[in-house]
Design a protein around this ligand. Structure first.
Ligand code: IPE
Ligand code: IPE
Ligand code: MG
Length: 237
C-alpha cells in the first residue's frame, strides 16, 4: 500500500511520537555489541521521517536519549553522542530537510559545544519552515521540562500559574500535544516522555525492536490509531 493513500482510509494523528526502544536487545539477538544496535537504530530515523511525511502527518517526535540514559556505561554514551553529532550534521547538510522545522527538545547544555552550537543553529535556521516538523528529544526528561517551565515562570515574576502558562513554556511549545505515542520493543511505559502533554494521547506498544521497525509496522500503527475511539472525557451521542 502507498503511504500517501492511508489518509483516504484511516484517521491520522497530527502529532506522532516514537519512543525508539530495543536497540540493545536487537544487538544481543544478533550477537553484536550494543553500539551496533544503536547504529542500526539511528540509521532508521531518516526513513521514518520520510515515511511519516509521506503519510501526511505534520509533526513527529523521536525520544532518542533521556536524562536517565547518562547512567549507562561511558562507552555506550560516547557512542550515542557520536550518532547524535551525525544526526545533527545531517539535518544541516541534507537538502531533503530544507523545508522542515527541526527542533531539539531537552537540556542541550550537557552536550559538547559543537553539537550544542549546531543544534541551536539548525533550530534558528529552520524556525519559519512549516512543511513538516521534526522534534529530536535529546537529554529529554518530561518532569525536568515541567520544572524548567515553572522556574521560568517564577523568574518572570508569576506567583500563580495556569495550565496554558506551563504549556507555552515547555520545550514542546511549538507543537500540538501528541495524538499517538508508539513505543517499540513491547515495554509498556513512557519512561518520562511528555507526561504533561500525553494525558489524552493514544498509546501503542508493538513488540518489534526499533532497528526492525518497518513500513509495514508503521502502517499497522496507523491502522491501530485509526481504530481508537478518542473521547477526551466526553461521551458520544
Ligand atoms: C533505545 O534502545 C535507545 C536508547 C535508549 C538510547 P535501548 O538501548 O534502550 O535498547 P534495550 O532496551 O536495551 O533493548
Ligand atoms: C526510554 O528507553 C528512553 C529512550 C528510548 C530514549 P529506556 O530503555 O532508557 O527506558 P527504560 O529504562 O526501559 O524505562
Ligand atoms: Mg531500552
Amino acid at each position: 500500500m502507498e503511504l500517501a493513500e492511508l489518509k483516504t482510509q484511516y484517521k491520522l494523528p497530527n502529532h506522532i511520537c516514537f519512543i525508539i526502544d530495543g536497540n540493545g536487545r536487537w544487538a544481543k539477538q544478533h550477537h553484536l555489541p550494543r553500539s551496533q544496535g544503536h547504529i542500526k537504530g539511528a540509521n532508521k530515523l531518516s526513513k521514518i521521517y520520510k515515511m511519516v511525511r509521506e503519510i501526511g502527518i505534520k509533526y513527529v517526535s523521536i525520544y532518542a536519549f533521556s536524562t536517565d540514559n547518562w547512567n549507562r556505561p561511558k562507552e555506550e554514551v560516547d557512542g550515542l553522542m557520536k550518532l547524535f553529532k551525525r544526526a545533527v550534521k545531517e539535518f544541516y547538510d541534507k537538502k531533503k530537510y530544507s523545508d522542515c522545522r527541526i527542533e531539539f527538545l531537552g537540556d542541550l547544555s550537557k552536550f559538547d559545544a559543537d553539537i550544542k552550537q549546531s543544534a541551536f543553529d539548525i533550530m534558528e535556521k529552520t524556525k519559519d519552515n512549516t512543511a513538516f516538523h521534526i522534534n529530536l528529544c535529546l537529554n529529554y526528561g518530561g518532569r525536568e521540562d515541567i520544572v524548567q517551565a515553572v522556574n521560568k515562570l517564577i523568574a518572570s515574576g508569576k506567583t500563580q500559574v495556569t495550565m496554558e502558562d506551563i504549556s507555552v513554556n515547555l520545550y514542546t511549545h511549538n507543537c500540538p500535544d501528541p495524538d499517538f505515542i508508539v513505543r517499540t520493543s513491547g515495554e509498556h511505559r513512557l519512561s518520562n516522555f511528555m507526561p504533561w502533554q500525553s494525558t489524552y494521547a493514544e498509546l501503542y506498544f508493538p513488540k518489534v525492536l526499533w532497528p526492525d521497525f518497518s513500513k509495514k509496522d508503521l502502517i499497522e500503527a496507523i491502522r491501530e490509531y485509526s481504530s481508537r475511539d478518542r473521547r477526551f472525557g466526553a461521551i458520544k451521542e
